[in-house]
Design a protein around this ligand. Structure first.
Ligand code: XMP
Length: 325
């Protein structure tokens, strides 16, 4: 019988058997998946787990603070925060190809984890070794990265297809058979607060795959602003539950002519991609109220430097994926 209680019991037993007395680390992304995976593993092995939050500079506004405060408050988990912004920017410099970006981000994540592992070991060298890495991989991630049913590889989700071949960790993936709605139920059952359990999905590679073109600090700052405005207005309009997620994408390699005041502008477009979905395997574009779209568009073009156009993505999945890269 499928019940959240059974899933939790089963996973706790499996995790305990897998880990024994050794230690594990878990990367937190700020999203639901890694939060629920971490909470589950913590329930199974307690202080043998350390969570690592990598601030790669590809996060949205306020995200780092949310992990540092809310998640720790809810779970009491041991947390290590690593500032890796420069490292990621350097690794991504000059790269525009989506798959290459995903692979680089996945690789750098693992390198940072390995460093964190070394530090955790150095802090308590007599304790058992840190051999496990917890990941919040879901069933759709497995399928879409080609690992599930032999489907073609659509995208290398950073936590599946983007791992380096010389990985030093053994993986714990307690959500590998679950869909998003099931993960949310498991999270609620584990006592995680609403704000975490009901968060809209956000991809591990973050804003890095929402900039079409090269990722730079300046572009990230710009996209972060636009994204914050869109999220603010969607929340204010009470649409958070109706919309599965709304990627905000910067077309950094595209410019169009505009007019502002009495001057010509030559700026970048921002794409709004609101989608409705059950499990992200398929999706439809959300028929959002025009006045909310208008408000977002006006604010973004007024408040975000170098953006002079906002466009709406009206493609379902398939044929479009939810993210642009
Ligand atoms: P696509 O773009 O493939 O996205 O239709 C499906 C869902 O997966 C999210 N996504 C990711 N999540 N790591 C993640 O943890 C990734 O690399 C990744 N890429 C896409 C996306 O936001 C959507 O919810």
């Amino acid at each position: 019988d499928w019940t959240t209680g059974n899933v939790i019991e089963e996973q706790i037993e499996a995790i305990r058997a897998q880990v024994g007395e050794k230690r594990a680390i878990c990367g937190l992304s700020g999203g639901v998946d890694s939060a629920v995976a971490a909470a589950l593993v913590q329930k199974a092995i307690g202080s043998q787990l350390t969570c690592v939050y990598v601030d790669h500079g590809l996060m949205r506004k306020g995200e780092t603070e949310q992990v540092e405060k809310d998640f720790v408050a809810a779970t009491g988990v041991k947390l290590k925060v690593v500032d890796a912004q420069e490292r990621f920017l350097k690794a991504l410099a000059g790269v525009s190809d989506p798959e290459e970006k995903r692979k680089i981000i996945g690789r750098e994540f693992i390198r940072v984890f390995e460093q964190a592992q070394a530090e955790i070991v150095a802090e308590a060298p007599d304790d058992h070794p840190v051999e496990f890495l917890v990941q919040g991989t879901l069933y759709p991630d497995v399928v879409e990265s080609g690992g599930g049913t032999g489907t073609a590889n659509i995208k290398s989700h950073h936590n599946v297809g983007g791992l380096p071949e010389d990985l030093e960790f053994q993986l714990i993936e307690p959500l590998r058979k679950l869909f998003k709605d099931e993960v949310r139920m498991v999270g609620a059952e584990l006592g995680l607060p609403e704000e975490i359990v009901q968060r809209q999905p956000f991809p591990g590679p973050g804003l890095g795959i929402r900039i079409v073109g090269e990722v730079t600090k300046e572009r990230l700052d710009l996209l972060r602003e636009a994204d914050a405005i869109a999220r603010e207005e969607l929340t204010a309009a009470g649409l958070d539950r109706d919309i599965w997620q709304c990627p905000v994408v910067l077309l950094a390699d595209v410019r169009s002519v505009g007019v502002q005041g009495d001057g010509r502008t030559y700026g970048h477009p921002i794409v709004l991609r609101p989608v409705s979905s059950e499990d992200a395997m398929t999706a439809d574009w959300t028929r959002m109220p025009y006045d909310v779209l208008a408000k977002i568009s006006t604010r973004i073009t007024n408040e975000v430097k170098d953006v002079n156009r906002v466009v709406l993505d009206v493609t379902s999945k398939p044929p479009g994926t939810i993210e642009w890269e």
